[in-house]
Design a binder for this molecule. Structure first.
Ligand SMILES: Cc1cc2nc3c(=O)[nH]c(=O)nc-3n(C[C@H](O)[C@H](O)[C@H](O)COP(=O)(O)OP(=O)(O)OC[C@H]3O[C@@H](n4cnc5c(N)ncnc54)[C@H](O)[C@@H]3O)c2cc1C
Length: 506
């Protein structure tokens, strides 16, 4: 088995295949595993590349997929529970903190919007219904009829409950219960925080997961940095006979008689396998309008159904991101790890509109030198805003935009600029280069109003022998979501090759 890429989706697929007894090789173009869920070190700091608000480390149920994926290969991560998922700092002085404790969060929301107390309860309780359905069943491949039959037999009500919510978006449900415009905007922001879309375009299944799991399994930060998850998955893969090779960029999927049979690396080496999995995005895997010139599969072999997907989904923006090492005295006492800032509701989806902030050294001080903290901040930015610039223009824009972001952040962290001791600026071009993602995109977003998660593709592709895994497959972005995709992909391959155990996991 060959897996192209060591993002969390690729690593969960590979480690699960190794557990099933398949000989598995992961090929990673970069120096470290994890992709957007990796970590890197600079001058005594351990910075997360992207993800830092981590779901999936719960102890119970079936949605704790990071806990499960690690345990399946004999690994675990020490985590630090975060008492608050995040704090919003929104226009007109609206602030809201999302406590780990559901009752505490409900009280806070009802105190701020007393006239909507009943509607708030009804909306978030509906999210719990979705979550309980998900959490009641082992999450494997929805493309396997045998799994569907078994899971329906084990948890029929949960399956029916879930099927009911599949075609809905959050906005439809929120408006059934809530009238207050400011509150509906806050719910837009609750969605935007992880889906980078307002409620009307965010699938209800994902919201059920996120809005409930933050209070169930909670948000837990892996000690030593988010990259620890990928490192431990690699260790688990290796202990089950699997291999990983770094600095191994795949340039082509080798196709013989209409079937994927192996891969070609940038240095010309060819490797063959019974099945090939791409953890690159679908835009980087298949050819099509607006693709990079170097997709893994050429236009002649790209299945027709990929064109439908491209019509329905577009790549979201990338990010301008700053990794800062700062003096600890600039962080106010009692500040929480994650924050979202927006000054004007009209700028929700704009270039460099919403600001995301993460200060993970508040949860794990070992990430920064003594007396220092990490401030990781990012804001949506289009690659087109950074294209066609001369080197001097690019450098100047990088400086100017980073300075503006720091200035805006002074509202949360007064004195920030003077307290910065280390500064790394990443643009959409940096994200594209280091993550190998088209346009440096965060992931797919609907280009039209779609019925919830229904149109999202699963792991099989129209090209025999080739599967996709990761955030451009069902159920989308986020470490726990791509872990789901990894479980589903390995299960589907296991079904195709007769490697799966008969019984569903406990
Ligand atoms: C700034 C930012 C913040 C985020 N915050 C959060 C958060 O707080 N919580 C959360 O859950 N999620 C967050 N996410 C999203 C989450 O990180 C991603 O959805 C998830 O990590 C994507 O995983 P993936 O497996 O799809 O692939 P990726 O992470 O994209 O990894 C793909 C891997 O494949 C490799 N690769 C690609 N092409 C090739 C090739 N041709 N040959 C060899 N190797 C190749 C890449 O180098 C990479 O290592 C964030 C993302 C970003 C960018």
């Amino acid at each position: 088995m060959i897996v192209i890429g060591s993002g969390i989706g690729g690593l969960v697929t590979a480690s699960q295949l190794a557990v099933k007894g398949a000989k598995t090789l992961v090929l990673e173009r970069y120096l470290i595993p994890g992709g957007s869920g990796g970590s890197f070190k600079r001058d005594g700091y351990t910075f997360d590349v992207g993800a830092s608000m981590i779901f999936g480390f719960g102890e119970h149920g079936h949605t704790n997929l990071l806990t499960r994926a690690l345990a399946d290969v004999g690994q675990s991560c020490d985590t630090v529970p975060d008492p608050v998922q995040l704090e919003y700092h929104l226009p007109d002085g609206l602030t809201m903190q999302v406590d780990r404790d559901y009752g505490g969060f409900m009280d806070r929301m009802a105190a701020r919007f007393p006239h909507e107390a009943k509607g708030i309860r009804a909306f978030y309780d509906t999210c719990w219904q979705v979550f309980r359905c998900l959490d009641a069943m082992p999450l494997l491949s929805l493309e396997d009829p045998a799994y569907l039959a078994k899971v329906f037999f084990r948890a029929p009500l949960a399956c029916l409950g879930l099927a009911r919510w599949l075609p809905f978006n959050v906005g439809d449900v929120a408006r059934q219960h809530i009238r207050d415009e400011e509150l509906l905007r806050l719910i837009d922001m609750e969605c935007f925080c992880w889906s980078v879309m307002p409620a009307d375009r965010t699938p209800m299944i994902n919201a059920g997961m996120v809005f409930s799991d933050r209070h169930a399994g909670g948000i837990n930060y892996p000690k030593g940095g988010v990259g620890t998850i990928a490192e431990k998955l690699v260790a688990g893969l290796q202990s089950h006979g699997g291999e990983i090779r770094y600095r191994s960029r795949v340039t082509d999927v080798i196709i013989e008689a209409g079937q994927a049979v192996g891969v070609r690396l940038a240095d010309g080496e060819e490797l063959f396998a019974r099945r090939v999995v791409s953890n690159a995005t679908r835009w980087d895997t298949f050819s099509g309008d607006g693709s990079p010139s170097t997709t893994l599969v050429d236009a002649d072999h790209t299945p027709a159904r990929e064109a439908t997907w491209r019509r329905r989904y577009q790549p979201s923006s990338s990010f301008l991101s700053l990794h800062l090492g700062v003096r600890a005295d600039v962080i106010p006492n009692g500040l929480h790890c994650h924050h979202l800032l927006l000054e004007d509701w009209n700028e929700l989806e704009s270039e460099q509109g919403v600001i995301f902030v993460s200060i993970p050294s508040l949860l794990d001080p070992s990430l920064a030198p003594e007396g220092r903290h990490i401030v990781h901040t990012f804001t949506m930015s289009e690659i087109s805003a950074w294209s066609g610039l001369s080197p001097a223009q690019y450098k100047a824009k990088k400086e100017a935009d980073a300075a503006r972001l720091i200035e805006r952040l002074e509202a949360l962290l007064p004195g920030l600029e003077a307290a910065i001791e280390l500064r790394e600026v990443g643009t959409p071009r940096t994200h594209r280069r280091f993550l190998g993602r088209m346009g440096g995109s965060y992931g797919p977003i609907p280009s039209m109003r779609l019925p919830g998660l229904l149109p999202m593709p699963f792991n099989r592709t129209g090209l025999k022998g080739l599967y996709c895994v990761g955030d451009s497959c069902f159920p989308g972005q986020g470490l726990n979501a791509v872990a789901f995709s990894g479980y589903a992909c390995s299960h589907r391959i296991g079904a195709d090759l007769g490697l799966n155990a008969w019984a569903l996991p406990a």
